[in-house]
Write a protein that binds this ligand. Structure first.
Ligand code: HEC
Length: 400
């Protein structure tokens, strides 16, 4: 079928699809008006959803989870779901199955146990940033997804609710993810948090009748200043928890809208992660002319006396503690960023297309070092840093 035929078929299906049969116990069918495409999807009887109870082993103990995905061997983008106080209940499992229904591998986690790291009931994303056990558990879940052969390792998003949203934010600030959605989160404008979030698009869903609502304008302002791509939605007349199925009206309507935002957001930033990178760059501010020439980037970043040299030096031995790993991450991240800046230039020699490929391959190797630093994986960090070095000559041969 050609593209137009496909569009016609989809339009036809949207207009004339019979009502999906109600499924018992699925809150999204009766109480939540689900986006049309989801109903459409369900009624079409695509591949069935397979669900598994899984256990992730982490440095701080094991953790249970519920994995849902289409029952195929196809590689899929993935979403990590972090519940709030309600825990890994039926609603959270429904959320995972709904995401699986639209083509994700969805992993819902049981909540991290409360620990001494933060005061009970008074947690926010900034507090979780300092809560190493919780972060270690969540990062282990991301790694678990990333290592699966049926998941795209570079297309992973996270969504959290209430306390789980605070944890999702802290996770996104410390682990590279393609997108972070938070529902009923606490509003914080912590600079360390924001610095970590740069490059991760954020979707915030808030209840109009919440303490957070009044602070959203400041939150948005701070996000804009920190150049974090974001979309903030606040729904009038509803209280926190409005996305859970047991809320009275007008909860369900707002919940349906909230879900729609989340699906759209993930479709854009997780499913189409590659395509979006360019638009995201151009969205992050007024179009700016590059200040650094290719040679500037080479001298300050790539050359042995630059950031790249520092990176190799700090990897001569296994980094011993968190600050040393953070240093490795920072250097590698800057190299990756600089590689993306190179894309804006035309090479002095050779065509633009192969040049882009060289820039992207170089950025990918640098990002692999970033990811390895985040999980303190020395052998991989070293291997990726060496691969990075091998890319210099490859590009110079063609374009210098
Ligand atoms: C994507 C392509 C590409 C990659 C990858 C790349 N370079 Fe370059 N590099 C160039 C180009 C093009 C020039 C020439 C720039 C000019 O003269 O305007 C250059 C120039 C240089 C220069 C000379 C700068 C000067 O003073 O004029 C050095 C040094 C250098 N690169 C080091 C490196 C190292 C080290 C790496 C790997 C860590 C690296 N480059 C990776 C494209 C690349």
């Amino acid at each position: 079928m050609n593209a137009q035929g496909m569009m016609t078929a989809i339009l036809f299906a949207i207009l004339f699809v019979p009502e999906a049969p109600a499924q018992a116990g699925r809150p999204s069918d009766s109480k939540h008006p689900m986006p049309l495409f989801l109903d459409l999807f369900r009624s079409n009887q695509r591949p069935t959803t397979a669900t598994t109870d899984i256990t992730v082993n982490t440095a701080v103990g094991s953790m249970r989870g519920y994995l849902a995905r289409q029952d195929t061997a196809e590689r899929l983008p993935a979403i990590l779901l972090i519940p709030g106080e309600e825990g890994l209940n039926d609603w959270m499992k429904d959320n995972a199955r709904d995401l699986a229904g639209i083509g994700y591998a969805a992993l819902a986690l049981e909540p991290a146990p409360r620990n001494a790291g933060h005061a009970r009931g008074k947690s926010d994303a900034a507090a979780f940033l300092a809560d190493e056990p919780t972060l270690a558990r969540l990062a282990a879940a991301v790694r678990w997804l990333r290592r699966r052969p049926d998941v795209f390792p570079d297309r992973i998003g996270v969504v959290g609710w209430s306390m789980g949203a605070d944890q999702a934010l802290a996770l996104a600030a410390t682990t590279p993810l393609q997108a972070c959605a938070i529902c009923d989160a606490s509003v914080v404008t912590d600079s360390a948090l924001f610095a970590g979030l740069r490059g991760t698009p954020l979707l915030g869903i808030f209840a109009g009748k919440s303490a957070a609502a009044g602070r959203l304008p400041n939150f948005e302002k701070a996000l804009t200043e920190a150049q974090i791509a974001h979309r903030i939605r606040s729904y009038a007349g509803v209280s926190p928890g409005f996305m859970t199925p047991d809320q009275a009206t007008p909860g369900p309507e707002a919940a349906g809208k909230g879900y729609f935002e989340i699906y759209e957001f993930f479709a854009k930033f997780v499913e189409d992660a590659d395509i979006i990178a360019d638009t995201r760059l151009s969205r992050s501010g007024p179009a700016h002319e590059p200040v650094a020439a290719i040679a500037d980037i080479m001298r300050s970043v790539n050359q042995a006396t630059g950031v790249h040299g520092d990176l190799l030096k700090s990897l001569q031995e296994e980094p011993a503690d968190r600050p040393q790993w953070q240093r490795v991450r920072a250097d590698a991240a800057l190299i990756a960023e600089a590689a993306q800046l190179l894309e804006k230039h035309d090479p002095p020699k050779g065509k633009h297309e192969p040049w882009l490929e060289q820039c992207r391959a170089f950025a990918l190797s640098a990002k692999a070092v970033v990811a390895a630093a985040d999980r303190r994986d020395y052998p991989t960090a070293l291997r990726s840093a060496t691969a990075l070095k091998a890319r210099c000559a490859a590009c110079h041969d063609r374009h210098r």
